[in-house]
Design a protein around this ligand. Structure first.
Ligand SMILES: Cc1cc2nc3c(=O)[nH]c(=O)nc-3n(C[C@H](O)[C@H](O)[C@H](O)COP(=O)(O)OP(=O)(O)OC[C@H]3O[C@@H](n4cnc5c(N)ncnc54)[C@H](O)[C@@H]3O)c2cc1C
Length: 389
């Protein structure tokens, strides 16, 4: 007979680990099972690579700012519970032409939400942050409430805290099939079958396989990050060198953002990546080895924008984005009326979800336990795709 749980979480990566913890924090009496196909954390989905940028003046959409305020408090809470430093805030610097999306819309979010920030002319940029080399009429936007989250450590911390609060987390157990209806939810894995009252699907790049019936395209792309060792470490320590982004777009044409991090104790060099959907891929068959062709543009960007940061390649990793059609997250109940009250979905984090892990975990736990979240997440619902399905 299938073992019975109150809640089953499919995928214990970024969002799933935080949700398992938040479910038990809110209601310790629930039996929670988390099913993860690999180890927790792992380097095959979206949450590896040591660090993720945290920003508050959110250029992607100002509605995320309220969520980021909650996220910040919740990061501090999980840090306190696990005695692990996860979020380092030493400032964020975003550069580009005044009309670039990164600069223009960071300013818009900061003004709308009264976020402390400083605008830097090209000359101010050069004197305050001489490590950067920007072009033409580029300017800078600096905010102190930015920095980085240690991503694998965060997933580990949430999973450990969830287990300590009573969650059963199974590693190396892959969900092959699920169904839900008025009588409950049923999950079949490569090892067993389970039943539950509630199902939460947080499968990252594999969500498209488990949620094909939604009819919403979740395009998985192959993303490469590289780490280069600068000749001198000192100028790139976090006290001096912020998390940064450069939008080289002209004429408002989006072309992605080059971004990077300061040196951190666990990163073997200066990390650089390109925030822009890479090659479409299948998470089952993707080539997980970064090639010289993958790394060359990252080295060129470092040489161009942070010349003294360029140095020997010390690491390169392939990671996956799971892109929603509009680049915004999908957090909602399943739209099918027969399973609406039993199945919750969080996917399509489109390469910018990690900083929100703490608040998404909370929002998901609230939806599962209470039917709705106290966080302002309506703009992330499936209704926005209704005309497409
Ligand atoms: C290179 C790169 C850089 C990024 N930079 C940033 C950044 O600077 N700032 C930021 O905020 N965000 C960033 N992101 C995005 C962020 O990391 C993701 O949005 C976030 O990790 C997505 O979390 P997730 O839970 O959806 O996916 P994941 O963390 O991948 O978790 C999904 C989990 O589900 C498991 N799973 C899937 N299917 C099954 C199944 N059938 N059975 C059992 N388990 C299953 C997977 O194995 C995986 O562990 C970046 C992403 C990448 C790839």
């Amino acid at each position: 007979m299938a073992e019975k749980f109150d809640i089953i979480v499919i995928g214990v990566g970024s969002m799933g680990a935080a949700a398992c913890y938040e479910l038990l924090r809110r209601d310790p009496s629930r039996r929670v099972l988390g099913l993860e196909q690999f180890e927790i954390p792992n380097a095959r989905g979206s949450h590896h690579g040591y660090c993720r940028a945290f920003r508050t003046a959110y250029f992607e959409h100002p509605d995320y700012v309220a969520l980021l305020r909650s996220a910040l408090n919740l990061w501090r809470e999980i840090e306190a519970e696990t005695q692990t430093k996860l979020l380092h805030l030493a400032g964020g610097l975003y550069m580009g032409r005044p009309e670039s999306a990164l600069v223009r819309d960071s300013i818009r979010a900061a003004r709308l939400h009264n976020l402390p920030h400083a605008l830097l002319s090209r000359a101010e940029l050069a004197s305050r942050f001489p490590q950067f080399c920007v072009e033409g009429d580029a300017v800078g936007f600096f905010e102190e409430q930015a920095g980085y989250v240690r991503c694998e450590k965060a997933v580990q911390a949430y999973a450990t805290a969830a287990r300590q609060r009573g969650a059963e987390l199974h590693e190396f157990e892959c969900v092959q099939f699920w169904r839900a209806g008025p009588s409950g939810a049923h999950v079949t894995t490569d090892r067993d079958t389970y039943e539950a009252d509630q199902l939460l699907i947080t499968a990252g790049p594999w969500a498209g396989r488990l949620l094909a019936e939604l009819g919403v395209e979740l395009r998985v792309t192959r993303q490469v990050a590289a780490w280069l060792r600068p000749a001198a470490a000192e100028p790139f320590a976090s006290e001096r060198f912020p998390v940064w982004g450069i939008d080289p777009g002209a004429d408002g044409r989006p072309c992605g953002i080059w971004y990077g991090f300061p040196l951190t104790p666990e990163t073997p060099g200066l990390k650089i990546a390109h925030h822009w959907p890479g090659q479409p891929c299948d998470p089952q068959t993707v080539d997980r080895v970064a090639t010289p062709e993958d790394v060359a543009p990252l080295g060129e960007a470092m040489r161009r924008y942070v010349p003294e940061g360029h140095g020997d390649l010390v690491n390169a990793q392939v990671c996956l984005y799971a892109n929603s059609p509009d680049g915004h997250f999908i957090i909602d109940r399943h739209p099918d009326p027969s399973m609406h009250d039993r199945v919750t979905i969080a996917c399509g984090f489109s390469g910018h979800g990690f900083k929100f892990v703490s608040v998404v975990g909370k929002a998901l736990a609230e939806i599962v336990l209470e039917g709705r979240s106290s966080e302002p997440i309506d703009f992330l619902g499936l209704a926005r795709f209704a005309h497409q399905t």
